[in-house]
Design a protein. Structure first.
Lengths: 153, 414
C-alpha cells in the first residue's frame, strides 16, 4: 500500500496506524475506499496533546468487510492519523468519501473546535448551539457551573 | 322586512361560476412538525424536526445531545478501574456489552491473559444482556405499533433476566460486573440452576412472541415493506447490527473478529433479505434463539478455574488475603488509591452489542488515568441514517421505522 499522502506506517498491538499528511487526507481516503476496499468508516475522533505541538490528532478508524481478497491489506481495520497545529486547527472534511463522517466531524468540531473545510453542516451537535468553549480540550475545566439556553435557531 | 337570505337560484349560479373558474395551481403547503424531545415513541430524549408535504416526510433532521453528560470527559479524570462504572451508563440497556468492550480494550493495552472461565462467563453474560435488550426492544416496538400485550410478555421475561443480573452482581441494571482482569465476583451458589431454569423455558417464550405477532395482520401490514433503506446507503452511513443484517449482510463482530472465545461457540448469524421493519424484527427474534443456544453451550461447557487473571497489580485481591498477607494489602492499597498504570499506547476494540458494533478507542500516556477514551457507539452511527430512512415515507410509518432502529439515547449522546 503506497500513497504519497502516507508519511509513516506503524504497527502496535496488532493494529496498523498510518500517519497521513493532513493536506491530502481526502485523496488518501478516496484511495483507501476505492482501491483498498475500506468500504466503511467506523469512527472519527480527535486527541488533544495539550502543550505539545502539533497539538491535535484527528484519528480515523476504517473497516474493510473483506469482500475483496485481492486487497493488499491483510488487516480488516486500519487507523489513519493526521496531526494538526494548535492554532486555528483545520482539515478537509471526508464527507464526500463517506457520508458517515458527517456527525463525527460535527462532534469533533463541537468538542475540540477543529474546523472541517467543505463540511455540509458544521454546527454543534451535542452541546447547545450557543455554547462557548470546547469541552474535550485538555484546558477546559471538568468542574464548574455554566447555564446556557439555546437562543432561537 | 329585510331579506337576509339570497334566493336559491343565486347560490346555484355562484357554485356554477366557481366550478367554471380555471383551477390555479396551489403550491403544496409545507408543514414543520417538531417531534420530541419528549415524545413517547422516540424512546428517550430525541428531537426530530420533520418537514411534511401532506403526509409525506420531505425532510427529517434529528437533534441530539439532550442526554449528553460528558462521559468521555469524565473518563479522563477517573482512573482506569473507576471508568467501568461510567461505561455502564453509556448504553443502559446493554451495560454488559459496554463493560466487556472496555475490559477488552484495557486488557489489550495491558496485554493481560484472561482465564477461560472468565471468558466463558463473559460470553454468557453478554448473551443474557442481548436477550434483555432485544426483549425491551420487542416490547416497546410492538407497543408503538399498537400491540399492547407484547409489552407485558416481554417485560415478564426481562424481569427474570434482571433478577439473574441482581443475583450475580447485586445490581439489576448497572452491574459493572465485567472488569479489566476478569469479573468482579465469582458466580454465586445456585447460579447454574437459576440460569438453567430460565434458559430451558425461554425458547418456548420466543415461539409465543412469534405466534402472537405473526398471527396479527395489523402487525404485518404495519411492518412489511416499511422502513426500506438501500444497502449502499447503510454501508456509507456506517449502520451496523440487526439493521444491516436485515439487508442480508452477515456482518457480526462475533463471527468476523471473534473475541472472548466466541470462536468456540456454535451459532448462526441471523440475516434476512427484505430490508424492512419486519426483517429487522425477524433478525432480532432469530438472534434471541441463537443467544439462548450460546447460553446453554456456555453453561454446559463452563471451564473450571479462576475467574480473574493472575495479575495482582490490576485485580483487587481477595478479601481474606488482603487481611492476612502483606503483599495483598500493599496491592490493594495501591489499586484503590492510585489505580493501576497502563502502558502508553492506543488500542481499538470492537464487539457486537445488541444494537450493532460498539468500539472503544483508548489512548494511554502511561499513567493511571485514560488520556482519552472515545466510544464509537452503535446508536450514534445508526441514527445518522435516520434522515435517509424517513425521507419520502409517510409520517404514520415513521414510528415503525424509528422503532426498528433500536437506538438508546444515552448511547447516542454519551
Amino acid at each position: 500500500m503506497t500513497h504519497p499522502a502516507i508519511l509513516e506506517t506503524k504497527q502496535a498491538l496488532g493494529e496498523t496506524t498510518l500517519i497521513a499528511d493532513p493536506a491530502r487526507i481526502v485523496d488518501l481516503c478516496r484511495y483507501l475506499k476505492d482501491s483498498e476496499n475500506f468500504l466503511r468508516l467506523d469512527t472519527i475522533t480527535a486527541v488533544d496533546w495539550y502543550l505539545t505541538e502539533p497539538r491535535f490528532e484527528v484519528v480515523y478508524h476504517l473497516h474493510s468487510l473483506g469482500q475483496n481478497p485481492q486487497s493488499s491489506i491483510e488487516a480488516r481495520r486500519l487507523r489513519v492519523k493526521c496531526k494538526l497545529s494548535g492554532t486555528n486547527p483545520e482539515i478537509d472534511s471526508v464527507t464526500s468519501v463517506w457520508r458517515a463522517a458527517n456527525w463525527y466531524e460535527r462532534e469533533i468540531f463541537d468538542m475540540f473546535g477543529i474546523g472541517f473545510r467543505n463540511h455540509p453542516n458544521l454546527i454543534r451537535i451535542l452541546m447547545p448551539l450557543d455554547w462557548e468553549g470546547y469541552p474535550l480540550r485538555k484546558d477546559y475545566p471538568v468542574h464548574g457551573y455554566k447555564y446556557s439556553y439555546a437562543k432561537g435557531e | 322586512m329585510k331579506q337576509h337570505h339570497q334566493p336559491l337560484e343565486d347560490h346555484v349560479a355562484t357554485i356554477a361560476a366557481v366550478e367554471e373558474r380555471p383551477a390555479t395551481p396551489v403550491a403544496p403547503r409545507r408543514m414543520t412538525l417538531n417531534m420530541g424531545p419528549q415524545h413517547p415513541s422516540t424512546h428517550g430524549v430525541l428531537r426530530i424536526v420533520i418537514e411534511l408535504e401532506g403526509e409525506t416526510i420531505v425532510k427529517a433532521e434529528p437533534d441530539i445531545g439532550f442526554l449528553h453528560t460528558g462521559i468521555e470527559k469524565q473518563c479522563e479524570v477517573n482512573n482506569w478501574q473507576q471508568v467501568v462504572t461510567l461505561t455502564d451508563r453509556v448504553d443502559y440497556l446493554s451495560n454488559l456489552a459496554n463493560n466487556l468492550v472496555y475490559a477488552l480494550t484495557v486488557e489489550k493495552l495491558l496485554q493481560l491473559e484472561i482465564p477461560p472461565k472468565a471468558q466463558w462467563m463473559r460470553v454468557m453474560l453478554a448473551e443474557i444482556d442481548r436477550l434483555n435488550s432485544h426483549l425491551v426492544w420487542l416490547g416497546t416496538h410492538a407497543l408503538d405499533i399498537g400491540a399492547m400485550s407484547m409489552f407485558f410478555y416481554c417485560f415478564r421475561e426481562r424481569e427474570d433476566i434482571l433478577r439473574l443480573k441482581e443475583m450475580i452482581s447485586g445490581q439489576r441494571m448497572m452491574t459493572s460486573y465485567i472488569r479489566p482482569g476478569g469479573l468482579a465476583l465469582d458466580a454465586p451458589r445456585g447460579w447454574d440452576t437459576a440460569v438453567g431454569k430460565f434458559i430451558k423455558q425461554f425458547p418456548t417464550k420466543v415461539d409465543e412472541y412469534e405466534n402472537l405477532l405473526d398471527s396479527n395482520p395489523i402487525w404485518k401490514i404495519r411492518t412489511q415493506g416499511v422502513g426500506f433503506i438501500s444497502l449502499e446507503d447503510m454501508l456509507d452511513l456506517g449502520v451496523t447490527g440487526p439493521m444491516l443484517r436485515g439487508a442480508g449482510v452477515a456482518l457480526d463482530v462475533r463471527k468476523t473478529e471473534p473475541y472472548s472465545s466466541y470462536e468456540k461457540f456454535d451459532f448462526k448469524v441471523a440475516t434476512r433479505s427484505e430490508n424492512d421493519v419486519y426483517a429487522r424484527y425477524r433478525v432480532r427474534l432469530e438472534e434471541m434463539r441463537e443467544s439462548a443456544k450460546i447460553i446453554v453451550q456456555a453453561m454446559e461447557g463452563m471451564p473450571e478455574g479462576p475467574f480473574q487473571a493472575d495479575a495482582p497489580h490490576v485485580v483487587l485481591p481477595d478479601r481474606e488475603k488482603m487481611k492476612t498477607q502483606m503483599e495483598s494489602l500493599i496491592y490493594h492499597f495501591k489499586i484503590v488509591t492510585e489505580g493501576y498504570r497502563v502502558p502508553a499506547g492506543e488500542a481499538y476494540v470492537a464487539v457486537e452489542s445488541p444494537r450493532g458494533e460498539i468500539a472503544y478507542y483508548a489512548v494511554s500516556d502511561g499513567t493511571s488515568k485514560p488520556y482519552r477514551l472515545h466510544m464509537r457507539t452503535p446508536s450514534f452511527a445508526n441514527l445518522m441514517a435516520l434522515p435517509t430512512l424517513l425521507e419520502g415515507t409517510l409520517i404514520a410509518d415513521s414510528i415503525a421505522s424509528l422503532g426498528s432502529m433500536d437506538f438508546v439515547l444515552g448511547d447516542t449522546d454519551r
